[in-house]
Design a binder for this molecule. Sequence first.
Ligand SMILES: [Mg+2]
Length: 250
Amino acid sequence: MVVLTDSCYRVIADFDATLTMFWVNGTRGQTSHGLLQQGNPDYNAKRQQLYEYYHPLEFSPNIGLEEKTKLMEEWWGKAHGLLVEGGLTYDSIRQSVANANIAFREGVCELFEFLEERDAPVLIFSAGLADIIEEVLRQKLHRSFKNVRIVSNRMVFDDDGRLVTFKGKLIHSLNKNEHALDMAAPVHERLGDMDEENQCFLLGDHTGDLGMSDGLNYEPCQISVLLITWNDAPMWGVIKLVSHMCSSGR
Ligand SMILES: [Mg+2]
């Protein structure tokens, strides 16, 4: 039996429908992409048209992975282009989050606090938008966590708070795992590499999330996968499991 110390595990979590609720106030909860309303309604309509065209293709059984990956690059690239062209401001993000139908699962704040107290990092991997996810954390959890890092598409704003470009590699729904290593690098520099006594917990709502640690050098460690479906179960069970593995070994 390997007894784990407090800091030898980390959590990789998907964002939409994993940390957030699938159902909010009786309707489908919004995603970090879906909640965004630009100041210019024409551009909201253009992004909606892209969604209507590409979303069925994303789940089409008749399109191979290679072609689908190209289509997703096209979709995300066009959507990001419209955000820049339409003059998205940070104020619009703040406002969109305030008006959004989005909520965290019960216990997410407590899970982050539990991990923060033990200096255990949380990497939130998302094909959404990092700046929006951070704003959702700020507005809905009313605090920030020093151990939580967002690995997602990152915006660059000018001095007037207007979006000018995106930083780093494009992360879409089908390549989210490929960039994991680069983007999680700062966490690894601080904590050192994983070894066999480390534990990595994956939290996801989709089978595709099981590959979230593929780009990371986590092969030697035992990976625990917690696949949480869209029934909006609270996080208490996750906290209990992490706590149990932390205190009594595996
Ligand atoms: Mg998800």
